[in-house]
Design a protein. Sequence first.
Length: 398
Amino acid sequence: MLNNVIGWVTTLQKYALLIKRRRELNILQVYDASDPIEQYRVPAAGRCRIAFIIPGMPAYSGGHTSILRLGTYLCRRGHEVSYVSYEPVSPDRMRRNAIINFHQFEGQLLPPSGLDSSYDIAVATTWLSAYHLYRHRHRYGYKAYFIQDFEPAFYPEGDLYWLALNTYRMGLHLISLGKWNKIRIEGATEVRNVDWIDFPFEKNQYRIVYVPKRPADRIRIAVYFKLDTKRGPHILLQALERLACELAENKKACDIFFFGAPRYLKLPLGRNLGQLDHRQLRDLYLSCDLGVVGSFSNISLVDYEMIASSLPVVEFVNGSAPSFFQREHVILAGTDPRGFVDAVMPFLMDTDRLNAMIKAAQAAISTKTWEAAAAQFASILGIGTHSGSLSQEGGYFV
């Protein structure tokens, strides 16, 4: 009887999700593979009206923070930038959350009606936003796609996987954040003309400082933790439990601080600090001895922020990190608990080795700023710097 009830509940949940997704995915009906996107170049010397097409503006979103940073530096190069949500959300709520994500952002925040305006350049930012761009393609001049992750991998190989993968075939100018997405796209499709910009960090919030690590009997570990499987939550918990035992056997205590997930989430070890603002993150990084990030999809902004804050980083060797870092920059650990511990312990027992890694990693990222990334992005699009920016610090809103 109980199994029957569970079966019915599961079926109803799947049906409710199907109905919800059907409403969300009605936009997919606009796509016609036989009607590819036409591109119209904008004058390289002119001020451009640029629209990033986004799914709302949730707070504490790394992806939205990256879009705000890229757009802000394009504003500072003299262009007029808008962030247009295809999801219904009030500008006031977008503003509040945008300030949480990046309080110095510049540009306009627009509701879905902004999709009906004309722009010199329109930029998709997620696979679903690419379909919204396609729907309004005749209103836009040049059409691009800022790819922050290989989104097809977020789904089992079914309908959503293929719908996401097909966005790379629409004829948009593909620009990847880092080279890893380019490798995945070219490996999964016939597309070969994927451009990319360096994965950057925000130097104004995370200034590079070197603070040498000292031998200590208590190790403080900061862990970026999300329930998304792409962040390896189950593997991280198992590996950290094993690491805590190994440290105890070597007469060292450890304090583990998780951040990134909702604070109400109860974890089997350590302390869950919840979702932190940039000041709180900086303080946490500077107070810890080791940072742990799991990246089975594209790496996180957290990796670079930790490194800038003099925190050595542990990443999975089976994830995307090897596409961004050499072995002297981060600790590349296995995905089994024993392999994880074997990779990390030699560094925790040798602070000279740990400090050498911090210095090497900081040298490697020192020039990879959002300002430089925006310059790369503009160069790829063929637009320059225009004097007399229309934007103002703190953003302006409609």
